[in-house]
Design a protein around this ligand. Structure first.
Ligand SMILES: NC(=O)C1=CN([C@@H]2O[C@H](COP(=O)(O)OP(=O)(O)OC[C@H]3O[C@@H](n4cnc5c(N)ncnc54)[C@H](OP(=O)(O)O)[C@@H]3O)[C@@H](O)[C@H]2O)C=CC1
Ligand SMILES: Nc1nc(=O)c2c([nH]1)NC[C@@H]1CN(c3ccc(C(=O)N[C@@H](CCC(=O)O)C(=O)O)cc3)C=[N+]21
Ligand SMILES: [Mg+2]
Length: 296
C-alpha cells in the first residue's frame, strides 16, 4: 500500500487565487489595497529565498509588498524604530519580521512591539494568549497551513488522536492549540519524550516539526495515519544539496494513509497563509467581512 500524497503546492495556489479574488474585490469596490511589510535582518541565504518568494507572491495576489533588508549588525533600537513606523503606517496591514534574528537583538521584545492587529505571523504574546483562550486571533501561518490541509483531507478532525512532534512557539505549540480547538485528543512530544514510537504509533494525525532530517520512519506510524511533514532540512546527498523533511518519505508512505511531501507540502501553504492573514488583518482593521475558509 502506498499513501496518498497531499499536494500542498496545488492547494497553496488555490488559496492564493482566493486571496487574489478578495483583493480584487476590495480594489474594485473600495479602491483600497492591503499591504504587507517583510523585515529581514542579516543575509542568511535561506531567509533571503523565503523573503523574495513572499514578496513576489504578495504582488501576484495584487497586494502591496514593502521589503526592508537591514544589515546583520543592526541594533535593537533601530529595528524597534522601524516597527514603530510600520505600526503607524496606514498602508501597512501586515508586518513580518523574519526569524531567526541576530544574537544582539531580543526577538521576543521585537515581536511584542508589533501591533497585534498587524501581527500576521501570530507570534505576539497577545495573539498567542487569544488563540489559547479561543478568542479571535492572528494564527501562525505554518500551523494554519497544516490545519487547512488536514481539514481538506480528513473533513472533521473531532475525536482523532493527534500527535505533534516538537514544541516550539512558532510551530509545535500553536499547532497543538489548533488541533485541540478541532476537538482532537492532542499529545505534544519532544526531545525528552520516552518511548517516542509508542506515542506516535497511536496517532491518527502526526505533525512532525523537529528539524531532524528524515527522523520519522514508517516504524513511527499507525497504518493509515495522516502525516504532515513540517520539516525543511538542507542536506547534502550524492554531492548535491537537497531539501528533505523530518519524515523519511518512502518508508512513511508505505504505512501512512496520506502524507505531505517536502518540498511542495507545508512550505508553500505557509506563504499562502501569510497572504491570507494579511487580507484578514485588513478586513478586521476596517470592519469588513473576512475571506471565508482561510482562518482557523
Ligand atoms: N515549512 C515551513 O513553513 C516551516 C518549516 N519549519 C521547519 O520545521 C522544523 C521545526 O522547526 P521549529 O519548530 O522552528 O524547530 P525548533 O528547533 O524550534 O524545535 C524543534 C522541536 O523538536 C524537538 N526535537 C528535537 N529533536 C527531537 C528528537 N530527536 N525527538 C523528539 N523531539 C525532538 C525539540 O524538543 P525540545 O523542545 O525538547 O528541544 C523541539 O521542541 C524545522 O525543520 C524547520 O526548518 C519551521 C517553520 C516553518
Ligand atoms: N517570522 C517568520 N515567519 C515565518 O513563517 C518563517 C520565519 N520567520 N523564518 C523561517 C521559517 C521557514 N519558513 C518557510 C516558508 C516557506 C517555505 C517554502 O516555501 N518551502 C518550499 C521550498 C523552498 C526552497 O526550495 O527552499 C517547499 O517546501 O516547497 C519554507 C519555509 C517560514 N518561516
Ligand atoms: Mg536572537
Amino acid at each position: 500500500m502506498t499513501a496518498q500524497t497531499i499536494d500542498g503546492k496545488n492547494f497553496a495556489a488555490r488559496i492564493r487565487g482566493r486571496v487574489a479574488d478578495h483583493v480584487a474585490r476590495l480594489r474594485d469596490e473600495r479602491g483600497v489595497t492591503p499591504g504587507l511589510a517583510v523585515v529581514l535582518v542579516g543575509d542568511d541565504p535561506a531567509s533571503q529565498v523565503y523573503v523574495r518568494s513572499k514578496g513576489k507572491m504578495t504582488k501576484e495576489c495584487g497586494m502591496e509588498s514593502f521589503e526592508y533588508r537591514l544589515p546583520e549588525t543592526t541594533g535593537e533600537a533601530e529595528l524597534l524604530a522601524l516597527i514603530a513606523k510600520l505600526n503607524a503606517d496606514g498602508a501597512v496591514h501586515g508586518i513580518l519580521v523574519q526569524l531567526p534574528l541576530p544574537a544582539q537583538i531580543d526577538a521576543e521584545l521585537v515581536i511584542n512591539s508589533i501591533d497585534p492587529s498587524k501581527d500576521v505571523d501570530g507570534f505576539h504574546v497577545s495573539n498567542v494568549g487569544r488563540l489559547a483562550t479561543g478568542q479571535r486571533s492572528m494564527v501562525p501561518c505554518t500551523p494554519l497551513g497544516c490545519l487547512l490541509m488536514l481539514r481538506e483531507h480528513c473533513g472533521s478532525l473531532s475525536g482523532l488522536n493527534a500527535v505533534v512532534l516538537g514544541r516550539s512557539n512558532i510551530v509545535g505549540k500553536p499547532m497543538a492549540q489548533l488541533l485541540l480547538s478541532e476537538s482532537c485528543t492532542v499529545t505534544i512530544a519532544h526531545s525528552r519524550t520516552r518511548d517516542l514510537q509508542d506515542v506516535t504509533r497511536r496517532a491518527d494525525i502526526l505533525v512532525a516539526a523537529v528539524g531532524r532530517p528524515e527522523m520519522v520512519t514508517g516504524d513511527y506510524l499507525k497504518a493509515g495515519a495522516t502525516v504532515i511533514d513540517v520539516g525543511i532540512n538542507r542536506v547534502e546527498r550524492d554531492g548535491k544539496n537537497r531539501l528533505v523533511g523530518d519524515c523519511h518519505f518512502d518508508s512513511c508512505a508505505s504505512v501512512a494513509g496520506a502524507i505531505t511531501p517536502v518540498p511542495g507540502g507545508v512550505g508553500p501553504m505557509t506563504i499562502a497563509c501569510l497572504l491570507a492573514n494579511t487580507v484578514t488583518a485588513y478586513c478586521r482593521a476596517h470592519d469588513l467581512p473576512e475571506p471565508e475558509g482561510l482562518t482557523a
